[in-house]
Every structure is written in structure tokens, then in C-alpha cells.
Design a binder for this molecule. Sequence first.
Ligand SMILES: NC(=O)c1ccc[n+]([C@@H]2O[C@H](COP(=O)([O-])OP(=O)(O)OC[C@H]3O[C@@H](n4cnc5c(N)ncnc54)[C@H](OP(=O)(O)O)[C@@H]3O)[C@@H](O)[C@H]2O)c1
Length: 346
Amino acid sequence: MPFLKQFSVLFLGATGYVGGTLLVELVKAYPQARLTVLLRSSTHDETIKALDAERIEIVHASLPDDRAVIVQCASQADVVFNCTDADNIQLVQALLEGMRKPGSSSKPVLIHTSGTQLVMDDAEGNFKEDSKAFSDMVEDDILRIPSTAPHRDVDDLIFEADKKGDISACIIAPSLIWGFGSGPVKKNSMIFQFFVRLAKAFRRGFVIGEGTALAGTVHVQDVVSLHLLVLARALAGDDLDVSSYAKFYFASTRDATFREILTSLASFFHSKAHPGFESAALQSVPFEETVKVHPYAYLVARSRYVKAERGRTIGWTPKYVEERMTDEENMFPLLEAALAQVELEE
Ligand SMILES: NC(=O)c1ccc[n+]([C@@H]2O[C@H](COP(=O)([O-])OP(=O)(O)OC[C@H]3O[C@@H](n4cnc5c(N)ncnc54)[C@H](OP(=O)(O)O)[C@@H]3O)[C@@H](O)[C@H]2O)c1
């Protein structure tokens, strides 16, 4: 859709951490865009509408009951942002059904947020020397991600729709996202609540094996800037004829080992004098033991080894490349907010 002056957006995930932060920037960057925000409940209507009451229309719909509403909204949009749940295949099926317009001269654009769990290996705490680094510049790397990987069923559906030419689809897969968001509702990343729950379950500093398995990290504002850059390209009509796998972007700027992450987590709980954290020292626990303490502990044992290179080729210049998520000044405030939330929910 080259050089669209006015365009319509269907936005999903506005109450979330990534989606909310993105929506705020989208409203600022595109005063000509008309925005339909799809929400599952009316709790945050006023807060979201307040971002730009004249241009934001709110529609309430959730699956399975309101599928027809979602299909209808998608059919009316030039651009759909899906920042909801990278594993919700029914939602993406409904969006694609609405967006498909056989015979139409313009292709609607889908910008979908996935995640680097796509390429999680089977490490059990220690970095595997043969662990593959997945580059988004190597189409074959992206093509060969197994269909059984987390998020992949949804991403495959999107690739297929793009290949058929029904839509133009871009997928952005962030690594662990940090930094306070600036969205209207959720300001903190879900991963910090997960870290807090892990610490509470283990009741001491722990690491799985040597803790050398690694994950990428990225600041939320850098994730947002990549989404906006991808939108700008789509609106300019760039990438219309490129392979579907050449519109897949990792968003990641700095790798961290799980030992680094879990060290910061233990120091935080020690600083709070939390029961069990008389010391901030980490105890190495065998993989099989950890998953008995918390069913998702494997998530801090397995590498997601990615090279986020394609974004750089289109002009992505992330700002938070030097800062480390695991530094106390970055991680402690996010853990503090997450702890308050977890304790509220307990
Ligand atoms: N945070 C990270 O570190 C991270 C890293 C990599 C990838 N990601 C991916 O990025 C995406 C957004 O993550 P996030 O951290 O922003 O999550 P989040 O804060 O939990 O926000 C999720 C948003 O999606 C909405 N939503 C969830 N399921 C929905 C459904 N079935 N229909 C309509 N709306 C739905 C939620 O609305 P309600 O208000 O109705 O619940 C909320 O607005 C996810 O796919 C996630 O896997 C996140």
C-alpha cells in the first residue's frame, strides 16, 4: 500500500505491556491514522480512549463468542497489529479470515508480535557449545524452525497467508523485554512476575547447572521502534515482493546468561530480607530437581540464541544497547513492581 496518506489500524493488545507502549507511540507518529482498538472488557475504555478520543474507536470482542466481530473489524483495516498472545491460533485465524480480500488491489498488512522461545534449545542449564545461533538474515534459519516450537503454529499460519498473497505479514520476535513501558495500563513485562514467582517457589538463590545458557534481552522502547519501522516500510510499499521469511525480525540487543539474571534476582530478594534469602549466594540445582519446584523453571535453563540483524539493515537503531537488563538499577525496580503485583494477587 504505497504512500497511504490516511489508513486504518486495528490494534490488539492495547492494555498490555508491549501493545500499550506501542499504541502510545503509534498515536503520536501517525496523526492521520484511524484506530480501532479491540478490547476484551470495558475496564480500561476511558484510559485508552484518552490517548486520542477523536481518533480511537473501541470495540469489545472476545473469542469464541464474538468471532464474527473480530473478523469484521479485521476486514476493515489496512493494518492490523497483534500484540496479544503469541500462542493464540484462534485469534490469528479470525484476523486472517477478515483480512483476506481476494481480487483486491491493495494488500492489508499484519504486524504480529511473536517471541524468541521459537528457537529455545534443550539445554539443562549449561550453554551447549553446539547450540545454534539463529540469524533473522538467514532465511533458511527462520524457515527451518520446527513446527513443534512454541509460537510456531501461529507464525506458520501467518507465513502461509503471506505466501498466498492474501496479506503482507511481518513478524517481530522479541527476546526478554525489560524497562518500564509507557502504555496506558500494564507497565511491566510479564517476565519479571515470572522471576518473582520462581524466587518465591525456590526460597533461596538458585541457578540451574552452571547457568551458562543464555537469552537475548531488549528494552521495550527498542521493541516499539522496530514495530514502527516495519510499519513505515509497509506503508511505503517496501518488501511487497520479498519472501515471507525476509519479513521476520528478531528484536534483541544484548545476551545475558541465566546466571547473571538469577544473581540479580537473588540479590533483590536478599535486599528485601525475604525468607530464605539470608544470603544472595546461588546454589546450583540439577535440572530435574528444579522443574519439581516450579513447572516452568526450564525457561531459565534453555538458551534462545539469536542474532537480530535484519532490523539493522532497515535502519533499526536500538537505544539501549550498552545497558544491561541485569544491572541492579535496571532490574530491581522492575522486580519491585512485579513483587507488589504478585503479592496483590496472592
Ligand atoms: N514481555 C516479554 O518479555 C515478551 C517477550 C517476547 C515476546 N513477548 C510477546 O509479546 C506479546 C505481548 O506480550 P506482553 O508482555 O505485552 O503481554 P501482556 O502485558 O500480558 O499483554 C497482553 C495483551 O494482549 C491482550 N490479550 C491477551 N489474550 C487476548 C485475546 N485472546 N484476545 C484479545 N486480547 C488478548 C491482553 O488483554 P487483556 O487486558 O484483555 O488481558 C493484553 O492487552 C505476547 O505475544 C508475548 O508472548 C513478550
